[in-house]
Design a protein around this ligand. Structure first.
Ligand code: ATP
Length: 236
């Protein structure tokens, strides 16, 4: 059974449809990427999955109909969205931001252990644990946004353009971290304009253009597709 399976999902802003008949599925432990240009509907799709936007069609998560669950219940059941803007509590420390990430979970006794796990994964956050989040660099903010999400012990982590605006070295570090999350058993839906890095990291990929899925396949096949290379992968 897929962890998340969506079928013929449509999302509209007033009368304008931004996502049209999208179907996709994510197996437990898989990294799935949705790649596509600006305005293709990637953020809209993730907002609908977490329940912040209304949608039509079918969405099943852990075998249950998602449309019956409010946003809070979806989060409580392990759905977690890291938005593109990496919204943090700027006037709070790195440590406090991480602790806030654990508020949705029941098993409080494991929080210190998970905090150690996040600090092991991101030594830079450990060094800066008392620093205010608002003073972090772009890459450190992305690390903190990821770390805070991990503190909720997600089953499905949805990442909206984690590489946006970051220097190439930091982008590589962020994608290495995303790939390493596989060992924790978390499933990942990765939405990206940086198609090459996303396909190198993912197991399976979907290409979205003007709200519709136009292509899909194993990531290691898509990365060699000539049409895709010409459109999204810089022609190499
Ligand atoms: P990007 O990579 O630039 O973030 P995206 O693929 O995430 O783009 P969306 O942000 O989902 O694309 O936008 C899809 C379409 O919906 C776009 O045409 C956008 O202009 C439109 N849209 C997004 N948000 C709204 C809104 N609040 N009201 C009306 N239209 C919107």
């Amino acid at each position: 059974m897929a962890l998340l399976s969506i079928e013929n999902v449509c999302v509209s802003y007033d009368k304008v449809e931004a996502v049209h008949n999208v179907s996709l599925s994510i197996e437990a432990g898989q990294i799935v990427t949705v790649i596509g240009p600006n305005g293709a509907g990637k953020t809209t799709l993730m907002m609908a999955i977490i329940g912040l936007l209304k949608s039509t069609g079918r969405m099943e998560y852990l075998g249950q109909d998602l449309s019956r669950l409010e946003v809070e219940s979806r989060v409580g059941q392990g759905l977690c969205l890291v938005p593109e803007k990496r919204e943090l509590f700027h006037d709070m420390s790195v440590y406090d931001n991480l602790i806030l990430g654990s508020y949705s979970r029941q098993d409080r006794s494991q929080v210190p252990q998970d905090l150690d796990g996040v600090f092991d994964r991101f030594p830079r956050l450990k060094e800066r644990r008392s620093q205010m989040a608002g003073t972090l660099s772009g890459g450190e903010r992305q690390m903190l946004a990821l770390g805070r999400a991990l503190m909720s012990r997600p089953k499905l982590l949805m990442l909206d353009e984690p590489s946006l605006g970051l220097a190439p070295l930091i982008v590589r570090e962020i994608f290495r971290t995303i790939a390493s999350l596989r060992e924790t058993g978390v499933s990942i839906l990765l939405v990206e304009q940086n198609a090459r890095a996303a396909l190198e990291t993912a197991d399976y990929g979907y290409v979205i253009e003007t709200g519709e899925i136009v292509q899909s396949g194993p990531a290691n096949t898509l990365i060699h597709d000539e049409k895709l290379i010409a459109a999204y992968l810089g022609g190499h």
